[in-house]
Design a protein around this ligand. Sequence first.
Ligand code: KG4
Ligand code: ZN
Length: 347
Amino acid sequence: MKDTEKQNRPPCYIVAIETSCDETSVAVVEDGTKVRSNIVSSQIETHRQFGGVVPEVASRKHVETITWIMEEALREANIRPRDLSAVAVTHGPGLVGSLLVGMVAAKALATSLELPLIGVHHIAGHIYANRLVQELEYPLVALVVSGGHTDIVHVESEGSFRILGQTRDDAVGEAFDKVARALQLPYPGGPHIDRLAHEADESIALPRAWLEPGSYDFSFSGLKSAVLAVLNQAKMKGQALEPGHVARGFQESVIDVLVEKAVRAAKENGARQLLLAGGVAANRGLRAELGRRCEEEGIPLIVPPFELCTDNAAMIGAAAYLKYVRGQFSPFDLKAEPLLSLEKWSV
Ligand code: KG4
Ligand code: ZN
């Protein structure tokens, strides 16, 4: 859109709802780029006692919190309901019972205010969290690393997604959480592994799963098994292993593969920017190493601030704007799709 056209339009305010996993979040985003409010209520404390997310409990918690979070997001944004332009909601991928809560709330709000509805792909949201940070330049490559996904995505032009590679087994965040559990660290384990790895002065040697030459895919289950084997052997021999050394060895192996493949994808696809996205993007080791390699290779890297890395609704509002400006609205019988395809969601 030309700048003059933008200046002549009233601002677009999208109210966005995200409930795909264990965060209930509502945000108001202006013109796809400015966060007017972004309220996130995490259920981590509830799920910690179970060592992971319990879908039925997550769904019930979303029901309990969604209404007041919606009110809070609108209040903090200081925007009258009649000035809103559209209602956006994550409709996949995710836990179906969790997605449904956000979708019912979004449909109710859109119906009562007579606003268009925009269904958003959760990973498109993670990628476009970066649009809340700075202007994007295409083509670009995004490295998406979360609890449910590990993808290298080629974005040829605005909102046009092609998956270059993905995990063949565990998502990277899932591997962090499973290794953390083996080290008896609390859920979610990613931040604890990150801290231990940061403090450790040594690391144990662990394998790297490069897969076939040229592949952009990932595999983390072998690495997780290797960690468990090392821990078991040490236990059987009565040796005490330093958890920090294990955490650092595991994290180094993960980072090596992620960084190498993401940088190669960016170079081979002529990317003008490399974006980091998803909960694991909060990892300090990954941010530092990716930053170092991108500088070496002359690739501009964009990394969102921590609060925009983990699940939040502002990123959903940013992605929804792509559809809003093209008038691509969703029908009111929009379904929750636990396995929604990112490529098909392209604008
Ligand atoms: O994107 P996200 O909030 O939720 C999903 O869509 O999955 O990602 C959550 C994941 C969890 O597995 C968590 O352990 C991981 O992100 N995570 C981290 C860090 N902070 C969160 N992993 C490694 N290092 C971190 N600092
Ligand atoms: Zn996520």
